[in-house]
Design a protein around this ligand. Sequence first.
Ligand code: NAD
Length: 258
Amino acid sequence: MLDLTGKKALVLGIANNRSIAWGIAQQLHAAGAELGITYLPDERGRHEKKVKDLVEPLSPTLFLPCNVQDDQQVTELFSNVKDSWGNFDILVHCLAFAGKDELSGDFSGTSRQGFTTALEISAYSLVHLSAAAKPLLSSGGSIVTLTYLGGVRVIPNYNVMGTAKAALEMNVRYLAAEMGAQNVRVNAISAGPIRTLASSAVGGILDMIHHVEEIAPLKRTVTQTEVGNAAAFLCSDLSSGITGQVLYVDAGYEIMGM
Ligand code: NAD
């Protein structure tokens, strides 16, 4: 049985009720995990309030800001985790960013700054957070991140985010190889297209979803809950033999050639 009772899970990437991280947090909670939630702080504190109200029913025992571009915030996050929880078991990395200008038009038009920012937030952050989490992760721990098919195949307008996801997927393998020695597993879920704040920035996201509905074996795309269920599995002891993998939760779209 999928049981996360007694496990502590830190979830990064909830922006609103459409976020994939929200689907994951709900399923981890349903399986009995104790939650820590982070939010991306903004000057007016609006993100904090929105995320706080949303996650209240899940009774998180930690609720902290974390902008992954700010080293001090990452340090403070894990110092709070250490003080409140000591060790913990699960790290969910469910965040990405690329400027809207980079997510349409010619890939060769990607700017140096746009490339750097996308790779820093969407790929390097997993390395940085894993390093900070490493001394605190219990034996049997699990790190899960979110990727997309655009990191292995060309998807119109995904552009530099494809490069970032390719880097992220390779990060998963290197981190899995390193962290296996302390019995911590690292995996990615490659989700099918879902309408969220982040995906709305990708030009033609609705066309992508309609294409998947036509072509995928299940004739539909997936939901946040389905991704959440797969994440709960990867975070649980039921997947104890799986590490360094990319699990496709995409209604089967990835297998299709035509
Ligand atoms: P979302 O907009 O709900 O989530 C993106 C999150 O990234 C937000 O919570 C945002 O606050 C956070 N974020 C952005 N910059 C940050 C920073 N500097 N520091 C900390 N957090 C930051 O969108 P989503 O679709 O749920 O995206 C979650 C993950 O799922 C992303 O990695 C995305 O690439 C991936 N993914 C999404 C889809 C899809 O179709 N929606 C498909 C496959 C993979």
